[in-house]
Write a protein of this length. Structure first.
Length: 132
């Protein structure tokens, strides 16, 4: 899955660089010097542009590839984040301060080895409370 992510990122970067290069190579609509002084049909806002050439068609293809790669990255990256305890989960139990006072880890203790706690001898039936 990680290699697919890398391939899509490479395709996206290459298509973005292609779009940048093709847009810079194209001749602008009002790029003529005479267009700024009102000569001919290029002076109108939506003048006749004619048929599209190779550069404009290839720019459209590169833009479609860029958008497809973006959607692919969004689809691949849309997975829930895995929860972890961070850097403390890799430490041994004896290295954690105060670990001796806590209960043993659930992965090492089995129900057969955990001793049962007897009921309080006070007779009140409230063995879970802290004595005063």
């Amino acid at each position: 899955m990680n290699s697919l992510h890398t391939i899509i990122v490479v395709v996206q970067v290459l298509s973005a660089l292609t779009i940048i290069g093709l847009v810079l190579l194209q001749h602008g609509k009002g790029a003529d010097m005479g267009a700024s002084f009102g000569s001919g049909a290029s002076g109108s806002l939506f003048g006749a542009t004619g048929s599209s050439n190779f550069l404009s068609k290839f720019t459209g293809v590169a833009a479609a590839i860029f958008f497809a790669a973006t959607l692919g990255l969004a689809f691949i990256s849309n997975k829930p984040a895995e929860t972890s305890a961070g850097v403390m989960e890799n430490l041994p139990v004896s290295a954690v301060p105060g670990a001796e006072a806590t209960a043993p880890a659930a992965s090492t203790a089995t129900p057969a080895t955990v001793p049962a706690t007897p009921a309080s001898s006070s007779g009140t039936g409230q063995s879970n409370q802290i004595p005063k």
